[in-house]
Design a protein around this ligand. Structure first.
Ligand code: ADP
Ligand code: ASP
Ligand code: MG
Length: 412
Protein backbone atom coordinates (compact mmCIF):
# COMPACT_ATOMS: atom_id res chain seq x y z
CA UNK A 1 0.00 0.00 0.00
CA UNK A 2 1.44 3.45 -0.85
CA UNK A 3 2.07 5.62 2.18
CA UNK A 4 1.82 9.34 2.88
CA UNK A 5 3.03 11.40 5.81
CA UNK A 6 0.79 14.35 6.69
CA UNK A 7 1.90 16.76 9.41
CA UNK A 8 -0.43 19.26 11.06
CA UNK A 9 1.02 22.22 12.97
CA UNK A 10 -0.37 23.87 16.09
CA UNK A 11 -2.84 26.24 14.41
CA UNK A 12 -4.23 23.37 12.33
CA UNK A 13 -5.14 21.39 15.48
CA UNK A 14 -5.91 24.36 17.75
CA UNK A 15 -9.54 23.35 18.46
CA UNK A 16 -11.69 20.22 18.24
CA UNK A 17 -13.37 21.74 15.19
CA UNK A 18 -10.06 22.18 13.42
CA UNK A 19 -9.01 18.65 14.31
CA UNK A 20 -12.24 17.42 12.69
CA UNK A 21 -11.52 19.54 9.64
CA UNK A 22 -8.02 18.21 9.08
CA UNK A 23 -9.15 14.66 9.86
CA UNK A 24 -11.36 14.95 6.76
CA UNK A 25 -8.24 15.62 4.69
CA UNK A 26 -6.68 12.50 6.13
CA UNK A 27 -9.88 10.60 5.32
CA UNK A 28 -9.66 11.78 1.71
CA UNK A 29 -6.15 10.34 1.33
CA UNK A 30 -7.27 7.06 2.90
CA UNK A 31 -10.10 6.97 0.34
CA UNK A 32 -7.46 7.59 -2.36
CA UNK A 33 -5.85 4.32 -1.31
CA UNK A 34 -3.07 5.49 0.99
CA UNK A 35 -1.98 4.32 4.39
CA UNK A 36 -1.23 7.50 6.31
CA UNK A 37 1.12 8.46 9.10
CA UNK A 38 -0.21 11.65 10.66
CA UNK A 39 2.19 13.72 12.74
CA UNK A 40 0.61 16.25 15.06
CA UNK A 41 1.90 19.26 16.98
CA UNK A 42 0.45 20.50 20.25
CA UNK A 43 -2.52 22.87 20.04
CA UNK A 44 -1.45 26.42 19.17
CA UNK A 45 0.11 28.21 22.16
CA UNK A 46 0.27 25.05 24.29
CA UNK A 47 4.02 24.47 24.03
CA UNK A 48 4.72 28.14 24.85
CA UNK A 49 2.56 27.81 27.93
CA UNK A 50 4.39 24.65 29.03
CA UNK A 51 7.80 26.28 28.45
CA UNK A 52 6.61 29.28 30.49
CA UNK A 53 5.65 27.03 33.40
CA UNK A 54 9.05 25.32 33.33
CA UNK A 55 10.95 28.64 33.26
CA UNK A 56 8.86 30.07 36.08
CA UNK A 57 9.43 26.98 38.21
CA UNK A 58 13.16 26.70 37.55
CA UNK A 59 15.05 29.37 35.55
CA UNK A 60 18.15 27.19 34.97
CA UNK A 61 16.02 24.09 34.53
CA UNK A 62 17.08 20.44 34.22
CA UNK A 63 16.53 19.78 30.51
CA UNK A 64 15.29 16.22 31.17
CA UNK A 65 12.36 17.55 33.17
CA UNK A 66 11.80 20.35 30.62
CA UNK A 67 11.34 17.60 28.02
CA UNK A 68 8.99 15.64 30.29
CA UNK A 69 6.77 18.72 30.56
CA UNK A 70 6.91 20.29 27.09
CA UNK A 71 6.44 17.02 25.18
CA UNK A 72 3.02 16.56 26.76
CA UNK A 73 1.10 18.92 24.45
CA UNK A 74 1.51 16.53 21.52
CA UNK A 75 0.14 13.58 23.52
CA UNK A 76 -3.22 15.31 23.79
CA UNK A 77 -3.58 16.12 20.09
CA UNK A 78 -2.40 12.65 19.00
CA UNK A 79 -5.11 10.98 21.09
CA UNK A 80 -7.78 13.45 20.00
CA UNK A 81 -6.90 13.02 16.32
CA UNK A 82 -7.08 9.22 16.61
CA UNK A 83 -10.47 9.48 18.36
CA UNK A 84 -11.75 11.85 15.66
CA UNK A 85 -10.69 9.44 12.90
CA UNK A 86 -12.29 6.52 14.71
CA UNK A 87 -15.52 8.52 14.88
CA UNK A 88 -15.29 8.71 11.08
CA UNK A 89 -14.94 4.91 10.94
CA UNK A 90 -11.31 5.08 9.91
CA UNK A 91 -9.12 2.50 11.69
CA UNK A 92 -6.62 4.68 13.56
CA UNK A 93 -4.59 4.69 16.74
CA UNK A 94 -2.19 7.09 18.40
CA UNK A 95 1.48 6.56 19.21
CA UNK A 96 3.68 8.55 21.53
CA UNK A 97 7.33 8.87 20.55
CA UNK A 98 8.55 6.20 23.01
CA UNK A 99 5.97 3.70 21.80
CA UNK A 100 7.14 3.73 18.18
CA UNK A 101 9.95 4.00 19.43
CA UNK A 102 11.49 7.13 17.94
CA UNK A 103 15.04 6.76 19.25
CA UNK A 104 17.13 9.89 19.81
CA UNK A 105 20.42 10.78 21.44
CA UNK A 106 20.47 12.28 24.94
CA UNK A 107 20.72 15.96 23.94
CA UNK A 108 17.63 17.00 25.84
CA UNK A 109 15.60 19.90 24.41
CA UNK A 110 17.37 19.57 21.05
CA UNK A 111 17.75 15.84 20.59
CA UNK A 112 18.73 14.29 17.27
CA UNK A 113 16.86 11.32 15.84
CA UNK A 114 18.99 8.18 15.66
CA UNK A 115 16.59 5.53 14.48
CA UNK A 116 12.92 4.86 13.79
CA UNK A 117 12.24 1.11 13.73
CA UNK A 118 9.32 0.46 11.39
CA UNK A 119 8.21 -2.94 12.68
CA UNK A 120 5.58 -1.84 15.23
CA UNK A 121 3.65 0.46 12.91
CA UNK A 122 4.00 -1.83 9.91
CA UNK A 123 2.58 -4.74 11.88
CA UNK A 124 -0.51 -2.63 12.65
CA UNK A 125 -0.83 -1.46 9.04
CA UNK A 126 -0.69 -5.13 8.01
CA UNK A 127 -3.57 -5.84 10.43
CA UNK A 128 -5.72 -3.19 8.76
CA UNK A 129 -4.86 0.03 10.60
CA UNK A 130 -5.19 2.86 8.07
CA UNK A 131 -3.82 5.80 10.03
CA UNK A 132 -1.06 5.93 12.62
CA UNK A 133 -1.25 9.22 14.48
CA UNK A 134 2.15 10.00 15.97
CA UNK A 135 2.86 12.69 18.54
CA UNK A 136 5.44 14.95 16.91
CA UNK A 137 8.45 16.60 18.57
CA UNK A 138 9.22 13.78 21.03
CA UNK A 139 11.36 10.67 21.30
CA UNK A 140 13.20 8.51 23.79
CA UNK A 141 16.88 8.61 24.78
CA UNK A 142 19.17 5.60 25.23
CA UNK A 143 18.65 6.10 28.99
CA UNK A 144 14.91 5.68 28.53
CA UNK A 145 14.04 9.34 29.19
CA UNK A 146 11.62 11.39 27.07
CA UNK A 147 13.41 13.81 24.74
CA UNK A 148 12.25 16.64 22.48
CA UNK A 149 13.67 17.70 19.15
CA UNK A 150 13.83 21.48 19.65
CA UNK A 151 11.10 24.03 18.91
CA UNK A 152 9.30 23.32 15.68
CA UNK A 153 10.50 19.72 15.92
CA UNK A 154 7.30 18.08 14.64
CA UNK A 155 8.43 19.00 11.11
CA UNK A 156 11.51 16.86 11.71
CA UNK A 157 9.44 14.01 13.11
CA UNK A 158 7.38 14.11 9.90
CA UNK A 159 10.33 14.06 7.49
CA UNK A 160 12.10 11.36 9.52
CA UNK A 161 9.00 9.14 9.32
CA UNK A 162 8.69 9.81 5.59
CA UNK A 163 12.32 8.70 5.13
CA UNK A 164 12.08 5.68 7.43
CA UNK A 165 8.84 4.36 5.87
CA UNK A 166 9.65 5.31 2.27
CA UNK A 167 6.59 7.57 2.01
CA UNK A 168 5.55 8.82 -1.40
CA UNK A 169 5.42 12.38 -0.05
CA UNK A 170 5.64 14.36 3.16
CA UNK A 171 2.99 17.10 3.34
CA UNK A 172 3.47 19.78 5.98
CA UNK A 173 0.13 21.47 6.62
CA UNK A 174 0.43 24.85 8.29
CA UNK A 175 -1.26 28.26 8.60
CA UNK A 176 0.24 29.76 5.41
CA UNK A 177 -0.17 28.28 1.95
CA UNK A 178 3.50 27.71 1.24
CA UNK A 179 7.00 29.08 1.56
CA UNK A 180 7.17 32.79 0.79
CA UNK A 181 9.99 35.15 -0.19
CA UNK A 182 9.76 36.40 3.39
CA UNK A 183 7.40 35.94 6.32
CA UNK A 184 4.01 37.02 4.92
CA UNK A 185 3.15 38.31 8.39
CA UNK A 186 5.91 40.90 8.11
CA UNK A 187 5.58 41.99 4.51
CA UNK A 188 2.39 42.15 2.48
CA UNK A 189 4.60 42.13 -0.60
CA UNK A 190 5.87 38.60 0.18
CA UNK A 191 5.32 36.19 -2.73
CA UNK A 192 4.63 32.48 -2.54
CA UNK A 193 7.27 30.30 -4.18
CA UNK A 194 6.14 27.35 -6.26
CA UNK A 195 9.43 25.56 -5.63
CA UNK A 196 12.43 26.19 -3.44
CA UNK A 197 15.77 24.37 -3.42
CA UNK A 198 16.73 22.35 -0.35
CA UNK A 199 19.87 24.45 0.16
CA UNK A 200 17.95 27.73 0.16
CA UNK A 201 15.24 26.39 2.44
CA UNK A 202 17.93 25.09 4.76
CA UNK A 203 19.48 28.56 5.06
CA UNK A 204 16.12 30.34 5.40
CA UNK A 205 15.06 27.92 8.14
CA UNK A 206 18.31 28.13 10.04
CA UNK A 207 18.17 31.93 9.83
CA UNK A 208 14.74 32.08 11.43
CA UNK A 209 12.03 31.29 8.82
CA UNK A 210 10.16 28.99 11.16
CA UNK A 211 7.85 27.58 8.49
CA UNK A 212 10.09 24.47 8.57
CA UNK A 213 12.49 23.36 11.29
CA UNK A 214 16.06 23.34 9.96
CA UNK A 215 16.67 19.71 10.85
CA UNK A 216 13.62 18.64 8.82
CA UNK A 217 15.08 20.23 5.68
CA UNK A 218 18.46 18.61 6.35
CA UNK A 219 16.80 15.19 6.56
CA UNK A 220 14.64 15.76 3.49
CA UNK A 221 17.75 16.71 1.53
CA UNK A 222 19.77 13.73 2.76
CA UNK A 223 17.04 11.14 2.11
CA UNK A 224 15.50 12.88 -0.92
CA UNK A 225 12.06 13.12 0.65
CA UNK A 226 9.44 14.88 -1.48
CA UNK A 227 8.51 17.68 0.86
CA UNK A 228 5.57 20.01 0.37
CA UNK A 229 4.37 22.93 2.53
CA UNK A 230 0.70 23.83 2.22
CA UNK A 231 -2.25 25.33 4.07
CA UNK A 232 -4.68 23.28 6.11
CA UNK A 233 -7.23 26.09 5.77
CA UNK A 234 -7.62 26.17 2.00
CA UNK A 235 -9.70 23.93 -0.21
CA UNK A 236 -7.98 20.73 -1.27
CA UNK A 237 -5.84 21.10 -4.38
CA UNK A 238 -3.29 18.41 -5.31
CA UNK A 239 -0.91 21.04 -6.72
CA UNK A 240 -1.15 23.48 -3.84
CA UNK A 241 1.70 24.80 -1.76
CA UNK A 242 5.45 24.93 -2.23
CA UNK A 243 7.60 21.98 -3.20
CA UNK A 244 11.00 21.82 -1.49
CA UNK A 245 13.20 20.01 -3.97
CA UNK A 246 16.67 19.65 -5.43
CA UNK A 247 18.28 22.54 -7.29
CA UNK A 248 18.05 20.66 -10.59
CA UNK A 249 14.24 20.74 -10.48
CA UNK A 250 14.27 24.53 -10.51
CA UNK A 251 14.71 26.14 -13.89
CA UNK A 252 15.55 29.68 -12.94
CA UNK A 253 16.47 31.22 -9.68
CA UNK A 254 16.92 34.77 -8.47
CA UNK A 255 20.19 35.98 -7.01
CA UNK A 256 18.37 36.46 -3.73
CA UNK A 257 15.35 34.24 -3.17
CA UNK A 258 14.33 35.14 0.33
CA UNK A 259 14.72 37.33 3.40
CA UNK A 260 14.68 35.74 6.86
CA UNK A 261 14.80 37.19 10.34
CA UNK A 262 15.30 36.08 13.87
CA UNK A 263 13.74 38.46 16.38
CA UNK A 264 15.12 37.34 19.70
CA UNK A 265 18.84 37.72 19.44
CA UNK A 266 21.29 39.09 22.00
CA UNK A 267 24.78 40.43 21.52
CA UNK A 268 27.20 39.71 24.35
CA UNK A 269 30.63 41.32 24.58
CA UNK A 270 33.44 40.27 26.87
CA UNK A 271 35.54 43.38 27.35
CA UNK A 272 39.29 43.18 27.39
CA UNK A 273 39.93 39.45 27.25
CA UNK A 274 43.55 38.26 27.29
CA UNK A 275 44.58 37.58 23.68
CA UNK A 276 46.34 34.22 24.10
CA UNK A 277 46.02 30.75 22.56
CA UNK A 278 43.34 28.72 24.32
CA UNK A 279 41.18 31.59 25.56
CA UNK A 280 38.57 31.36 22.79
CA UNK A 281 38.48 27.58 23.26
CA UNK A 282 37.89 28.03 27.01
CA UNK A 283 35.13 30.63 26.55
CA UNK A 284 33.22 28.85 23.81
CA UNK A 285 33.82 25.46 25.41
CA UNK A 286 32.14 26.71 28.59
CA UNK A 287 29.25 28.18 26.60
CA UNK A 288 28.76 24.99 24.66
CA UNK A 289 28.80 22.87 27.82
CA UNK A 290 26.11 25.13 29.25
CA UNK A 291 23.97 24.52 26.15
CA UNK A 292 24.23 28.08 24.81
CA UNK A 293 23.68 28.27 21.04
CA UNK A 294 26.34 30.71 19.95
CA UNK A 295 25.77 32.07 16.46
CA UNK A 296 27.92 34.99 15.27
CA UNK A 297 31.38 35.56 16.75
CA UNK A 298 33.70 38.51 16.32
CA UNK A 299 37.02 39.26 17.89
CA UNK A 300 38.36 42.81 17.70
CA UNK A 301 41.90 43.71 16.78
CA UNK A 302 44.12 43.14 19.75
CA UNK A 303 45.77 46.01 21.61
CA UNK A 304 48.51 45.39 24.19
CA UNK A 305 47.69 41.70 24.39
CA UNK A 306 43.99 42.22 25.11
CA UNK A 307 40.91 42.19 22.91
CA UNK A 308 37.11 42.40 22.99
CA UNK A 309 35.21 39.25 22.09
CA UNK A 310 31.59 39.49 20.92
CA UNK A 311 29.11 36.72 20.25
CA UNK A 312 25.39 36.46 19.64
CA UNK A 313 22.93 33.96 21.11
CA UNK A 314 19.15 33.73 21.66
CA UNK A 315 17.89 36.33 24.16
CA UNK A 316 16.55 33.71 26.55
CA UNK A 317 20.02 32.16 26.86
CA UNK A 318 21.79 35.32 28.06
CA UNK A 319 21.57 34.47 31.78
CA UNK A 320 22.85 30.97 31.06
CA UNK A 321 25.69 32.47 28.97
CA UNK A 322 26.63 34.94 31.72
CA UNK A 323 26.61 32.22 34.37
CA UNK A 324 28.77 29.94 32.19
CA UNK A 325 31.37 32.61 31.44
CA UNK A 326 31.54 33.78 35.05
CA UNK A 327 32.01 30.19 36.24
CA UNK A 328 34.76 29.64 33.67
CA UNK A 329 36.42 32.89 34.78
CA UNK A 330 36.80 31.49 38.27
CA UNK A 331 37.92 28.04 37.21
CA UNK A 332 40.33 28.80 34.37
CA UNK A 333 42.73 31.35 33.01
CA UNK A 334 40.03 33.46 31.34
CA UNK A 335 39.99 36.93 32.71
CA UNK A 336 38.17 39.89 31.28
CA UNK A 337 37.25 43.33 32.53
CA UNK A 338 33.51 43.17 32.03
CA UNK A 339 30.56 41.73 30.20
CA UNK A 340 27.93 43.76 28.33
CA UNK A 341 24.77 42.23 26.92
CA UNK A 342 22.57 44.01 24.36
CA UNK A 343 19.27 42.14 24.34
CA UNK A 344 17.51 44.51 21.94
CA UNK A 345 18.91 43.21 18.66
CA UNK A 346 17.66 40.99 15.85
CA UNK A 347 19.19 39.25 12.87
CA UNK A 348 18.11 39.86 9.28
CA UNK A 349 19.49 37.76 6.42
CA UNK A 350 19.25 37.49 2.66
CA UNK A 351 19.56 34.04 1.06
CA UNK A 352 20.03 32.87 -2.51
CA UNK A 353 21.88 30.21 -4.47
CA UNK A 354 22.53 32.86 -7.12
CA UNK A 355 24.98 34.55 -4.74
CA UNK A 356 27.49 31.86 -5.61
CA UNK A 357 27.94 33.39 -9.04
CA UNK A 358 27.03 37.04 -8.42
CA UNK A 359 29.08 39.71 -6.74
CA UNK A 360 27.82 42.91 -5.19
CA UNK A 361 24.98 41.43 -3.11
CA UNK A 362 26.57 42.58 0.15
CA UNK A 363 27.04 46.12 -1.14
CA UNK A 364 23.42 46.21 -2.31
CA UNK A 365 22.20 44.91 1.04
CA UNK A 366 24.22 47.37 3.11
CA UNK A 367 23.16 50.22 0.77
CA UNK A 368 19.47 49.38 1.26
CA UNK A 369 19.87 49.34 5.06
CA UNK A 370 21.85 52.56 5.16
CA UNK A 371 19.21 54.31 2.98
CA UNK A 372 16.79 53.62 5.86
CA UNK A 373 19.29 54.87 8.45
CA UNK A 374 19.75 51.38 9.94
CA UNK A 375 23.08 50.76 11.62
CA UNK A 376 24.72 47.34 11.23
CA UNK A 377 26.27 45.89 14.41
CA UNK A 378 27.65 42.54 13.24
CA UNK A 379 27.93 40.94 9.79
CA UNK A 380 28.44 37.30 8.80
CA UNK A 381 28.42 35.70 5.37
CA UNK A 382 28.50 32.28 3.82
CA UNK A 383 28.37 31.11 0.22
CA UNK A 384 24.63 31.68 -0.16
CA UNK A 385 23.67 34.09 2.63
CA UNK A 386 24.52 37.39 4.29
CA UNK A 387 23.30 38.15 7.82
CA UNK A 388 23.39 41.33 9.87
CA UNK A 389 22.63 42.09 13.49
CA UNK A 390 20.68 45.35 13.90
CA UNK A 391 18.51 47.08 16.53
CA UNK A 392 15.28 45.10 16.99
CA UNK A 393 13.11 48.18 16.49
CA UNK A 394 14.17 48.23 12.81
CA UNK A 395 13.29 44.59 12.09
CA UNK A 396 10.16 45.15 9.97
CA UNK A 397 11.68 48.13 8.18
CA UNK A 398 14.83 46.19 7.32
CA UNK A 399 12.95 43.12 6.03
CA UNK A 400 10.77 45.31 3.82
CA UNK A 401 13.68 47.40 2.54
CA UNK A 402 15.63 44.26 1.58
CA UNK A 403 12.58 42.63 0.01
CA UNK A 404 12.20 45.76 -2.16
CA UNK A 405 15.90 46.14 -2.89
CA UNK A 406 16.16 42.62 -4.34
CA UNK A 407 12.89 42.89 -6.30
CA UNK A 408 11.31 39.93 -4.52
CA UNK A 409 7.73 41.08 -5.12
CA UNK A 410 8.29 39.85 -8.68
CA UNK A 411 9.40 36.38 -7.58
CA UNK A 412 7.31 33.24 -7.29
P1 ADP B 1 3.09 25.31 12.50
O1 ADP B 1 2.49 25.53 13.85
O2 ADP B 1 2.10 24.88 11.47
O3 ADP B 1 4.30 24.44 12.55
P2 ADP B 1 4.77 27.65 12.39
O4 ADP B 1 4.26 28.82 13.14
O5 ADP B 1 5.85 26.85 13.03
O6 ADP B 1 3.53 26.74 11.99
O7 ADP B 1 5.30 28.09 10.94
C1 ADP B 1 4.45 28.82 10.07
C2 ADP B 1 4.77 30.30 10.17
O8 ADP B 1 6.06 30.54 9.63
C3 ADP B 1 3.88 31.20 9.35
O9 ADP B 1 2.70 31.53 10.05
C4 ADP B 1 4.76 32.41 9.05
O10 ADP B 1 4.46 33.50 9.89
C5 ADP B 1 6.16 31.93 9.39
N1 ADP B 1 7.13 32.17 8.32
C6 ADP B 1 8.36 32.75 8.50
N2 ADP B 1 9.00 32.86 7.35
C7 ADP B 1 8.20 32.34 6.38
C8 ADP B 1 8.33 32.17 4.98
N3 ADP B 1 9.43 32.55 4.32
N4 ADP B 1 7.31 31.60 4.31
C9 ADP B 1 6.20 31.20 4.97
N5 ADP B 1 6.01 31.34 6.29
C10 ADP B 1 7.00 31.90 7.01
N1 ASP C 1 4.84 21.93 19.67
C1 ASP C 1 6.26 22.09 19.41
C2 ASP C 1 6.61 23.56 19.33
O1 ASP C 1 5.76 24.41 19.44
C3 ASP C 1 6.70 21.35 18.19
C4 ASP C 1 6.08 21.79 16.90
O2 ASP C 1 5.01 22.42 16.90
O3 ASP C 1 6.64 21.51 15.85
O4 ASP C 1 7.77 23.89 19.18
MG1 MG D 1 6.29 24.83 13.15
Amino acid sequence: MPLLVMKFGGTSVATLDRIRRVAKRVGREVANGYDVIVIVSAMAGKTNELVGWVEETSPLFDAREYDAVVSSGENVTAGLMALTLQEMDIPARSWQGWQVPLKTNSAHASARIEEIPTANLNAKFAEGMKVAVVAGFQGISPEGRITTLGRGGSDTTAVAFAAAFGAERCDIYTDVDGVYTTDPRISTKARKLEKIAFEEMLELASLGAKVLQTRSVELAMRYNVRLRVLSSFEEYDPNAGTLVCSEEEIMESNVVSGVAYSRDEAKVTLISVADRPGIAAAIFGALSEAGVNVDMIIQNISEEGRTDMTFSCPTNQVSRAKAAVEAAREKTLINFHGLVADTEVCKVSVVGIGMRSHTGVAAQMFGALSAEGINIKVITTSEIKISVLIDRKYLELAVQALHDAFGLENAG
